[in-house]
Design a protein. Structure first.
Lengths: 240, 743
């Protein structure tokens, strides 16, 4: 598989994503500068975490204007698989590729810690290697992870099973005590209606190696690679 | 030049006469400003240099010792660890968020200037007590500033230490340690070699912020110090991130001759130091220096400490390629001069020469002082402590809970959860163990890092305190399975013009020297911060150390928390009547007095050698050193500091001739709490005996309570600690949060 990791000015988990896909999972990885004008030949696009444009104005608010984002939208439109982690998720929201918006954490602090996260939908291309309802331990590291969507949007997402990950107790209970940042319904990750664009605040790339003490994140990557293998057909990109 | 103007620039009459001697004329205002920053204590080390020479700085692994932007130590596999620690104390008191943030920014630049990618930050902080609103404001601001800058840069803050003591109320300390990894054959130095090579400015634009920051950092505070806010720089971590990536891309090509960041004293220090190191001069033209606003004078341009700026000397003909890379990263860039052979730093603006000074005079020929030193009259009063007047502990449960609640001992979770400590996916041991550990990608190795200093010990006995700081840092690394390989220091003291402060400084240096020589750990970089005093009241002498250790194989990494119920608990080392200068005396008896614990370097070294061997052979489940709060606190921390599971313990101790408080809470050195699988206990004890390391089994891991039974001794009755693990955990983990939220 060929994985493209987009590098915005201020991205800082780009190299971590490269490391996981290339060094740990043995895939070929291309680092894509945000001014790139072609995404030809790629099977997956990853929008990594970090502080694109310093998070100035609003997280992801400037990155959505980067030249490459037009191509990423095209790529998704024709069914290409897009994963946005943390700042990548925020950019997907700002770019309108996923519904909702991100607010400042309720505590107003940056929070970095491991958390139990429940797989609400294990039938997606990003979670198929997980059991339904499985509780993963995943780290978060953000100041703006307080997810919000209006009631109508939320109801539609519920109906479509678009809420993929929720913060929970170690026993798997989704309740306010297990919510680190105030996000609506403990939402930690969502998918688009077509099922090919996932945004998640927790960092699977930070917990996909036993040497770091936790490899739950590997389930996300294994799901993605397996889904791709099963549906391998060339993407028809519109000419740019 | 008027006397007032000279005094405003913090120059003495003698120093001014020396300037006239160098120039053969009176300096103009720009030149006066340049001399004043370069000859400030902060930049010239004029009071410390004669003593710093005593420190051991060489060793088989040392690639670059002090004198460059950072020290470099060989870690094998063609790689080097590049590290340094620096203070940002004065600015952090005046403006805590920006002061701390730019402290992080400055040390990061020192590391990537050398060609290394920064992979870890640690912070050593000192604040006054949290019962005071201003101190809480300083803590919150500093932590937010460190988080704001480090997180955005994508460099994990993996550890540190914080001590609270009212002596730091008006002089908090912010010491930032950074480590990066470089290829041994791609180390870059700050040198302006090669006559006619172009000098290129890149990074942020120059503004009017931070002018005379270095001079401020070389002066004491008084009640008006908050008016110095404009001398504090404002950080922009996003630009620094671009600067980092641009630098590493520039260095990957064959383009550069030398490079240096514009830190304290900005354009002045970077230009004259690079020229001086190469024995050359430099012609600078300010006309093209990118600036934030019009109308800036040469004085302002040369002294500005605007952040996120670098100066590079490129190979002639490679200018365009350098400019292309800087522009790719959206940075300002301009060719602002060239290297000359006449040794003169010549500054022009709009075609006119505005300063002309021998580069070496600015950079290296500053004044040197052998300041007088003598112990303060009150020293004996500090060390004299009559134990008989101190009642022994009655309710050890209450004493233990008080110690666990003391913010110096309590968990720093509230702090480190605000720092991204996992980015770059190397962090194997996160904040909260004896040392933090990161793996080195592409190898099977890991590096352990710790920052340490018990400044109360240093107040009571600067020499012993400094030796203990080295011993404790090394012990923390060994407990993590690492062999100490290098050290950086950040020496925070009061006003060196006072003989008692200079006495503290000289003794501390000698303590560092003796301990480092004994442990064969070289000091490869460092920083001195004097004038940490307000209205004549000085901080405790705080020679902060950042030590780095090498783990040959990641599997040998060790942590401090108990792993398995049923494991035996072994205490290494000997417990003596060491109550002087302890956290126990401060918290329970409100005294900061006595002689600090006695340290035997020989015993300490035997302990390290033995412990490292048994850890590497896989005989040990956990290892935690005894420090603040003594054996009882070390036992509790071993029970409750693990990332997932908490465990109880049942321990039995004999008093023999000791007091109860000395046994439980005394801070005797060279002690470590181990847990060992039952079937290996005999082997570990025998090996300890062979190595002359005192060792005995004191209990067993397990249960949901921590029980410590102290048996009756020769002079004293026994006592018992019996508390639930949950209560201990709550007390220790949330203490700082509770204090901040109740305020």
């Amino acid at each position: 598989m060929k994985i493209g990791v987009i590098v915005f000015p201020g991205s800082n988990c780009d190299d971590d994503c490269r490391h996981i896909f290339k060094d740990v999972l043995g895939q070929s990885v291309e680092m894509i500068w945000h001014k790139e004008t072609s995404l030809a030949g790629l099977d997956v696009i990853v929008l990594p975490g970090g502080f694109s444009y310093g998070d100035y104005l609003r997280t992801g608010a400037i990155a959505k204007f980067s030249p490459v984002m037009g191509l990423v939208k095209e790529f998704a439109k024709v069914g290409g698989m897009v994963l946005g982690v943390c700042n990548g998720f925020q950019i997907l929201l700002e770019a309108g590729m996923l519904p909702g918006a991100m607010l400042r954490n309720k505590s107003l602090h940056f929070i970095c810690k491991d958390l139990p996260v429940k797989v609400e939908n294990a039938a997606t291309a990003f979670t198929s290697a997980c059991q339904p309802g499985q509780v993963l331990t995943l780290p978060i590291a953000h100041a703006d992870g307080n997810y919000y969507a209006d009631p109508v949007t939320l109801a539609a997402m519920q109906a479509n099973a678009q809420i993929v990950l929720r913060y929970c107790t170690p026993e798997g209970k989704v309740m306010p005590e297990a919510n680190p940042n105030g996000s609506l319904g403990n939402i930690a990750g969502i998918i688009n209606a077509a099922g090919n664009v996932l945004g998640m605040m927790p960092h699977p790339e930070r917990c996909a190696e036993t040497v770091l003490g936790n490899d739950d994140g590997k389930l996300i990557f294994r799901s993605m690679l397996e889904s791709l293998r099963q549906s391998k057909k060339p993407l028809q990109m519109a000419p740019v | 030049m008027t006397k007032e103007l000279i005094a405003q620039h913090n120059l003495t009459d003698d120093e001014y006469q020396k300037i006239i001697g160098i120039l053969g004329r009176e300096p103009n205002i720009t030149e006066l400003g340049m001399f004043s920053v370069m000859w400030s204590e902060h930049c010239s080390y004029k009071s410390s240099r004669v003593h710093l020479r005593k420190l051991p700085t060489t060793g088989p692994r040392v690639v670059q010792g002090p004198g460059e932007n950072a020290g470099v130590v060989d870690i094998g596999d063609g790689l080097c660890a590049v590290f340094k620690m620096e203070s940002h104390n004065h600015p952090s008191f005046i403006e805590p968020y920006q002061g701390a943030a730019t402290g992080v920014g400055g040390i990061l630049r020192d590391i990537f200037t050398m060609g290394a990618r920064p992979i870890a930050l640690l912070d050593a902080l000192r604040f006054g007590g949290l019962d005071n609103a201003k101190n809480r404001h300083l803590l919150e601001g500093v932590v937010a500033g460190i988080a704001g800058y480090g997180n955005c840069m994508g460099v994990p803050t993996i550890g540190g230490e914080i001590v609270f003591n009212d002596i730091y109320s008006k002089n908090p300390l912010v010491n930032v340690f950074c480590l990066g990894i470089a290829h041994k054959d791609k180390i870059f130095l700050g040198t302006a070699a090669g006559i006619d090579n172009p000098v290129i400015y890149f990074g942020s634009k120059t503004g009017r912020d931070g002018i005379h920051g270095a001079t401020m950092a070389s002066d004491s505070f008084d009640d008006q110090s908050e008016q110095k806010r404009p001398t504090v720089q404002v950080g922009d971590p996003f630009t620094e991130k671009l600067l980092l990536e641009a630098c590493l891309e520039l260095m990957a090509g064959d383009l550069l001759v030398g490079i240096q960041d514009m830190g304290a004293a900005g354009l002045t220090s970077s230009s004259c130091e690079m020229a001086s190191r190469a024995g050359n001069g430099m012609d600078l033209d300010l006309t093209d220096v990118p600036r934030r606003e019009p109308g800036m004078t040469p004085y302002e341009l040369m002294l500005s400490e605007s952040q996120e700026r670098m100066l590079m000397v490129a190979q002639a003909g490679k200018e365009q390629e350098c400019i292309r890379i800087c522009k790719k990263w959206d940075l300002d860039v301009a060719v602002v001069g060239r290297v000359t052979g006449d040794g003169i730093l010549r500054v022009r603006d709009q075609g006119k020469v505005v300063a002309e000074i021998p580069a070496k005079s600015l950079a290296d020929d500053g004044p040197r002082y052998e300041r007088p030193y003598s112990p303060p009259g009150y020293q004996d009063m500090l060390t004299n402590l009559n134990y008989d007047a101190l009642p022994d502990v009655k309710d050890a449960n209450v004493a233990l809970l008080s110690l666990l609640e003391s913010p110096t001992i309590a968990s720093k979770r509230w702090v480190y959860e605000q720092y991204d400590h996992m980015v770059r996916t190397n962090t194997m041991v996160r904040p909260g163990s004896d040392a933090a550990v990161v793996r080195i990608k592409g190898t099977n190795k890991a590096l352990a890092m710790t920052v340490d200093c018990n400044s109360r010990y240093c107040l009571l006995h600067p020499y012993e305190g400094a030796r203990i700081a080295v011993a404790e840092a090394a012990r923390n690394l060994v407990c993590s399975g690492a062999e100490p390989i290098g050290l950086t220091d950040c020496l925070n003291f009061g006003n060196p013009e006072r003989p008692e402060i200079m006495w503290q400084f000289v003794l501390a240096i000698e303590g560092l020297r003796d301990a480092c020589e004994y442990f064969k750990v070289p000091i490869v970089s460092g920083n001195v911060s004097f004038y940490n005093e307000t209205n004549g009241l000085s901080i405790y002498p705080t020679p902060m150390l950042g030590m780095v250790g090498l783990i040959d194989s990641v599997e040998q990494t060790m942590t401090q928390w108990f792993k398995q119920d049923g494991d035996a608990i072994i205490l290494l080392g000997k417990t003596k009547e060491d109550l002087g200068g302890t956290e126990y005396l401060k918290v329970l008896h409100h005294r900061e007095q006595g002689s600090p614990p006695l340290l035997s370097l020989e015993e300490e070294k035997s302990l390290h050698d033995f412990l490292l061997k048994v850890i590497r052979e896989g005989l040990v489940q956990s290892a935690h050193d005894c420090s603040d709060g003594g054996l009882a606190v070390a036992l509790v921390e071993s029970c409750i500091s693990g990332p997932t599971t908490r465990r109880g313990a049942v321990v039995r101790l004999g008093l023999d001739t000791l007091r109860r408080d000395a046994l439980l809470f005394g801070e005797s050195q060279s002690r470590v709490v181990l847990s060992v699988k039952p079937e290996l206990v005999e082997q570990v004890l025998k090996r300890a005996g062979d190595a002359d390391v005192p060792a005995m089994t004191i209990g067993t891991v397990g249960g949901d309570r921590v029980v410590i039974d102290v048996e009756k001794g020769q002079w004293s009755e026994g006592c018992r600690i019996d508390l639930s693990v949950d209560q201990l955990f709550e007390q220790w983990t949330f203490s700082i949060e509770r204090t901040l939220s109740q305020a």
